[in-house]
Design a protein around this ligand. Sequence first.
Ligand SMILES: O=C(O)CCC(=O)C(=O)O
Ligand SMILES: [Fe+2]
Length: 369
Amino acid sequence: MAVSDQEYVYYHAGGKRGSRPVLRGANAQETFESIPVVDVSRIFSSNVDERKKVATEIGKACRDVGFFYAENHDVPESVIDETFYAIKKFFAMPLEDKMEVHLHKSAALRGYEPLFETKMEGTGRGDLKEAFSIGDDPWDPEQNLPHPPHPSEPKCNFWPTAYPELRPCMYEYYTRVLAFSRKLMQAFALALDLPETYFDAATSFPMVGVRILHYPPQERQSARDIGIGAHTDYSFFTLVQQEKVAALQVLNANGIWVDAPPRPRTYVVNVGDFLSRITNGAFKSTVHRVLNTSGAERYSMPFFFSPNREATLDIVPTCRMEGVDEKGVNAGEYFMERLRAARWQHPSNQGKPPPKVQDLATSEVTVSA
Ligand SMILES: O=C(O)CCC(=O)C(=O)O
Ligand SMILES: [Fe+2]
């Protein structure tokens, strides 16, 4: 094949621009073509051998794909349904009610982001989605912290006055998914041949983000529009709850987009950059994107779970390699750096202009979801 005929897929991984050739036929490599399903009910078993068995399955999915469906989790269906009901009401509000909590008013980068505000792929109008984010906040009593916050700690979350019911609903969801995430974290430790409690101290008050998302339908993939451009997550791991509409796609080693449609009563779990980093890449932080060409409105809720803000995590002992000296990074700094990079219009970026397309093509510009 002539070099000029080679097709490429472009994305942002680990906050840097990358590309992958599309390999077909004889050139194709062994890679995944679907997302594995793991019955996670056994992570709640009192028998450690059962917990180890499911951890082995999770480990295989993380090494081969970086994504899996978690079936039989313990987040009640009624809580998920009620949260979807509430988020639809939130997004249906007039723009000015949502702009009251605009993310630009928040030093912690929490709050509402209107359509087109982020621009993952660096081209086109921007991401065709609107979002609202909350997360860990020591000042919110719903976080059930064992001690009061230090007065110097910032207040992070803020809520729309026009819709007070949103807060208890999102917190119910938050609390349930956080408890499930903690169990999953222990399964990840077992999957890495580490003691089950290995990550517990570093995740005692984890950085958490619950983002609710609305993707209006788009006609087709175009240079102008994409729901969220191709990226990796900057979390330890992410749990995505999708409503009825399929639009999430995952990139395999051949540069082919594999669909991850909603499966009833499951979470899509994916490894984020932090977990990939401390496993020396053994667990894959896999590129994904959202393209809502279904013709219907799409709603989803990613839950991002990351270590404590002050944690510094090195490569875990079972993944160290001779000659590879990856210094531990401070979780909070890494997280905020990645978060801020995509939000070039945020006041904390001091009016720095967005990256130009030609810059994106030639340099390593950091952007993130
Ligand atoms: O909406 C989805 O299904 C996934 C969203 C996503 O990838 C993200 O917010 O990082
Ligand atoms: Fe993502």
